[in-house]
Design a protein around this ligand. Structure first.
Ligand code: ADP
Ligand code: ADP
Length: 208
């Protein structure tokens, strides 16, 4: 299949957790704007420093910054047959800009209610070497890597409230936007990681 896939859902829905399966099934590279922004923060670039203030406050980074990052990423050779977008687009203007530079074939929406989100985000841990995602309760990391685990600075109970607010106000309307275009596939994300994985695989095999 040519064209790109969008992995859509609230913060903590399980997009990063499920992205690997879609990459395996489709061969499309994962393009996560969150990971790209965290890399810029780590480098200490001016863009990274500016983005960090928004991220730590649980606010969306301005559209022009995100669109610039995506335009650059899509120039790379591995993006020619489409990519798997994870965490992008997050606003209608981002989706409109994306429409001008790439073809979106499907949008897989992982649906999770707000009350489950807080526990997922506060318990999220990341392997600082590999970027692998774990959860203190739902997906514990192996003991031998426990000293490498980090918690994202924006994964606090306070920040998650702002992130959910931003999601409902600015990102959730995109579901209707893509649904009107016949591209939205909804998945119940309020189940175990494996069950959600099975639904994701079923959705992907239908669109391949
Ligand atoms: P999560 O995995 O919790 O959904 P991400 O790693 O995707 O979080 O994003 C972390 C933060 O980076 C967001 O809260 C936001 O500040 C910023 N960000 C990531 N992607 C975008 C985007 N497409 N538009 C605006 N801000 C973004
Ligand atoms: P997103 O990329 O959408 O922000 P993640 O994939 O990082 O979400 O998942 C957020 C947290 O929830 C992680 O700690 C992850 O291990 C956990 N998680 C992911 N999917 C599930 C699930 N189906 N049930 C319980 N916890 C999950």
């Amino acid at each position: 299949m040519t064209g790109s896939i969008v992995l859509f859902g609230p913060p903590g829905a399980g997009k990063g957790t499920q992205a690997g399966r879609i990459v395996e099934l489709t061969g499309k590279p994962q393009v996560s704007t969150g990971d790209m922004l965290r890399a810029a923060v780590k480098l200490g670039s001016p863009m990274g420093m500016a983005a960090k203030e928004f991220m730590d406050a649980g606010l969306l980074v301005p559209d022009e910054v995100i669109i610039g990052l995506i335009q650059e990423r899509l120039q790379e050779d591995d993006a020619k047959q489409g990519v798997l977008f994870d965490g992008f687009p997050r606003t209608i203007p981002q989706a409109e800009s994306l429409d001008k530079i790439a073809t979106v074939s499907s949008v897989i929406s992982i649906e999770v209610p707000d009350d489950a989100i807080v526990e997922r985000i506060v318990g999220r841990r990341m392997d600082s070497e590999t970027g692998d995602i774990y959860h203190v309760k739902f997906n514990p990391a192996p003991a031998e890597i426990s000293d490498r685990l980090i918690q994202r600075p924006d994964d606090t109970e306070e920040t998650v409230r702002s992130r959910l607010e931003a999601y409902h106000a600015q990102t959730a309307p995109l579901a209707d936007w893509y649904s009107e275009r016949g591209l939205l596939i909804k998945i119940d994300g309020n189940a175990s990681i494996n069950k959600v994985g099975d639904s994701v695989e079923a959705a992907v095999s239908r669109i391949l």
